[in-house]
Design a protein around this ligand. Structure first.
Ligand code: SF4
Ligand code: SF4
Length: 109
């Protein structure tokens, strides 16, 4: 056995509080496509919220309302997991149609 110490003997790591963390605009390097949702099809199962790797699903209380342009990277996971086909990936330059939601907030808060 090597001389590695068990985890109980390791020094504690650093801690970053949410208010200390930088919030880089990951949406600025999106893949060239973005998700749009047809809210009339949405059953609010929240699978998109559960699987989104970058917290880019917007909720109002517990209701899905759209996407956060500041963080969304266009990875397509939300569209892949949506069980009712409510999410469509479209070219970045596509205008947001009426009734579909896309938040763009420079603050990232
Ligand atoms: S494409 Fe969907 S899953 Fe991927 S970062 Fe954007 S909102 Fe999240
Ligand atoms: S996965 Fe689809 S049905 Fe479920 S909350 Fe998201 S958009 Fe709505």
């Amino acid at each position: 056995m090597s001389g590695l110490r068990p985890w109980q003997e390791l020094s504690p790591g650093g801690t970053i509080r949410p208010t200390d963390a930088e919030k880089p605009k990951t949406g600025s390097w999106r893949t060239g496509i973005k998700p749009l949702a047809d809210l009339s099809k949405c059953t609010n199962c929240l699978l998109c919220w559960l699987y989104c790797p970058d917290s880019a699903i917007l909720l109002e209380d517990t209701t899905f309302v759209g996407f956060d342009d500041y963080f969304c990277k266009g990875c397509e996971v939300c569209a892949a997991v949506c069980p009712v086909g409510a999410i469509e990936m479209v070219p970045e330059e596509t205008e947001t149609p009426a009734g579909w939601v896309m938040r763009s907030d420079e603050s990232g808060s």
